[in-house]
Design a protein around this ligand. Structure first.
Ligand code: AMP
Ligand code: MG
Length: 390
């Protein structure tokens, strides 16, 4: 049995950043930018008005001053002339500030009378002008690797980047194993349960940036498992669920070995999730998760998500931990690192009483996994503990 950190290192050794592809910006949300990009232009490309009002000369702007309105500058259509002494140009937000003007007086501070305006107030401090390039200039770089969120995509669009080079999504094959399993929506027999883990893991890993394929449920036979591994060919990561323990029908390890898996480890000193196995099979990384739903999903957070980041070129690091103060005491921990289902609120963090690894209903109510080191002593209210946000 190895420690969680060691298991993660061995998993990372199975992961290399994938190749890249170039895609339309409109499809780039959630993808990982693979190479830095540079802005193709200045933004704004000209000095632009920040308000609706009148462009004029700052030196002339004072209360009761009068100006002749000589034209109009609209977003998308500038005023071509020059603003001379005693003149103003009607201007709108985003429009180019005409030559000769260096201030925009907001329309609320102006009285208009035909072609004449007069200023009702002393002008504000702000000139209400966005200088050319004030947001970014041509050549401004967006660094990579970077997971592209909505704000990043907007910035790249403003930079006139129509297509971006991103890391290919890792292909993940998910295989549920077990004679007792049927799919959600099917008609289960009296001894059957519904395969749930794969569905949760699919959502989790897709959110992490993977392309996830749910394979048909494999039965607890060598033939069925062999077929499942066959169907998983071409995946970057093959994940089996269940059948990894020591029962008579736990055949995943044996079948994977027959198919030439080079095993990296079996069993990790953690709760839940002890019977975890990993290795390389057919050039793909293979992880065998325990079947209990909470074990599988916790292992997904602790191991699979960081592996997906590794495939995406985002580095190889454990899920970042945070700290919180206990709002309930904890008893001493056993020899395995414990990922306790917990709730974090304004008063601190507290673990659920029921920690059985079959309880999905508890897991869904948790918003944190409280992490206890092996053999951690009993802890009092007010002590600081580590957690992983869910
Ligand atoms: P195993 O590791 O195959 O012994 O499975 C441990 C427990 O997890 C058993 O109660 C299984 O019925 C259950 N289990 C295995 N796979 C799944 C799955 N995909 N969805 C929900 N429960 C599962
Ligand atoms: Mg099983």
């Amino acid at each position: 049995m190895i420690a969680v950190a060691e298991a993660l290192d061995k998993l990372f050794a199975l992961v290399d950043p994938l190749d890249t592809e170039t895609i339309d910006l409109a499809r780039a949300g959630g993808r990982v930018l693979a190479a830095p990009v540079e802005a193709r232009r200045d933004q704004p490309p000209f000095a632009a008005s920040a308000m609706d009002g009148y462009a004029l000369k700052s030196v002339e702007a004072m209360r009761d001053a009068q100006f002749l309105v000589v034209g109009e500058s609209v977003a998308g259509r500038r005023y071509d002339g020059r603003v001379g002494p005693g003149q103003a140009v009607r201007i709108f937000t985003g429009a180019p500030v005409p030559e000769g003007a260096d201030r925009v007086v907001i329309q609320e501070d102006v009285r208009r009378d035909g072609k004449l305006i007069s200023l009702l107030e002393e002008p504000e401090d702000s000139l209400n002008i966005r200088p050319a390039g004030t947001d970014f200039t041509a050549g401004t770089q967006v660094d990579a690797p970077r997971r592209l969120g909505p704000m990043d995509v907007a910035l790249l669009a403003a930079m006139n980047i129509g297509r971006v080079t991103v890391t290919r999504r890792p292909r993940v094959a998910l295989i549920s194993t077990g004679d007792e399993l049927v799919l959600p929506g099917e008609d289960p027999g009296p001894d059957q349960i519904i395969a749930s883990n794969t569905f949760g893991l699919k959502v989790m890993l897709e959110a992490a940036g993977a392309e996830v394929h749910l394979l048909p449920i494999a039965r607890d036979t060598t033939a069925s498992l062999t077929t499942a591994f066959d169907l998983a060919r071409g995946a970057d990561l093959v994940v089996t669920i269940g059948g990894a323990s020591v029962g008579d029908y736990d055949l995943v390890g044996d079948v994977a070995a027959q198919l030439g898996m080079n095993q990296s480890f079996y069993k990790v000193a953690m709760r839940p999730g002890k019977p975890l196995m990993a290795g390389r099979i057919d050039g793909a990384a293979m992880v065998g998760l325990p079947g209990n739903p909470v074990s599988a999903l916790v292992c997904g957070e602790v191991f699979l998500r960081p592996m997906i980041d590794g495939f995406l070129g985002l580095g190889k690091a454990p899920a970042p931990r945070r700290q919180a103060v206990l709002s309930q005491p904890l008893g001493p921990n056993g020899p395995r690192e414990h990922y306790m289902r917990a709730t974090l609120g304004p008063e601190g963090i507290q673990a659920f009483d029921r920690q059985d690894s079959g309880l999905l209903s508890v897991l869904t109510r948790a918003n944190a996994l409280l992490v206890r080191p092996p053999r951690d002593a009993a802890r009092e209210i007010g002590e600081t503990v580590d957690y992983l946000p869910l």
